[in-house]
Design a binder for this molecule. Structure first.
Ligand SMILES: C[S@@+](CC[C@H](N)C(=O)[O-])C[C@H]1O[C@@H](n2cnc3c(N)ncnc32)[C@H](O)[C@@H]1O
Length: 217
């Protein structure tokens, strides 16, 4: 495609995105409340349904930037007492002083080692992943990348979650998502698939929640 046509197309889609953002009630609420992203409301909704977080929870959050979920978790757990929150992303994350921020690519052994070093214990109560791939627009590629990230999160949970703990993981609905969910059923006695109201209807993202971890090997 000639570059002028391509940049016209890009600026039209940017404009569409800007229009959609300005109308989106969750974007407006997030701005009004000072939250880093509208994603805050997705986790709030999931947690209100399932009560995953308590003051003393030990939590690992993957794909945390810009920090919407982090702010929600910080509002629920007491990181200055018994709770612990470790957040990880390649991009900068807004977090309060008691939260442990790991900047790095999850999946890279060096990042995993940094997380391991910070864990008070390998007995986490909750592992969350909102990791999402950079969208290329090629559906098959984006779908495969989403499944890969979901699997990384699942592996993290297998490594560090306590028996009885929970996992919340974003995955795009499509090729591989059903088998991913089926696999999780081996490791958790309760599985729910949630599409929060605050998740855009046109987005293929869903959240799979595994509760009562049975242990993994
Ligand atoms: C949808 S955003 C997360 C939004 C976040 N939950 C919030 O509430 O602000 C997805 C994030 O996943 C991160 N990400 C994708 N792959 C990653 C990886 N392998 N390791 C760490 N972060 C990753 C991206 O950098 C991006 O910031």
């Amino acid at each position: 495609m000639p570059s002028r046509r391509k940049s016209a197309k890009n600026s039209a889609s940017s404009q569409k995105w800007l229009n959609r953002q300005s109308k989106d009630i969750y974007v407006r609420s997030a701005r009004g409340s000072g939250h880093a992203s509208r994603a805050y409301y997705k986790l709030e909704e999931i947690d209100k349904r399932l009560n995953l977080l308590t003051q003393n929870s030990w939590v690992l959050e993957l794909g945390a930037a810009p920090g919407g979920w982090t702010a929600y978790i910080e509002s629920k757990i007491d990181v200055n007492k018994r709770g612990q929150l470790i957040v990880c992303d390649t991009r900068p994350i807004q977090a309060t002083a008691g939260t442990c921020v790991i900047k790095g690519l999850y999946g890279d052994p060096a990042t995993e080692a940094k997380i391991e070093e910070k864990l008070v214990s390998g007995n986490l109560d909750l592992v969350l992943s909102d990791m999402a791939p950079n969208i290329t627009g090629v559906r098959i590629t984006d779908q495969a990348a989403s499944i890969e990230l979901a699997e990384l999160a699942e592996e993290a949970a297998k490594k560090w979650l306590r028996i009885g703990g929970s996992l919340v993981v974003k995955v795009f609905q499509g090729d591989g998502s059903d088998s991913f969910i089926k696999k999780l059923k081996t490791y958790y006695s309760m599985i729910q698939v949630i599409k929060p109201r605050s998740s855009r209807a046109q987005s293929r993202e869903i959240y799979v929640v595994g509760q009562r971890f049975l242990g993994g090997s």
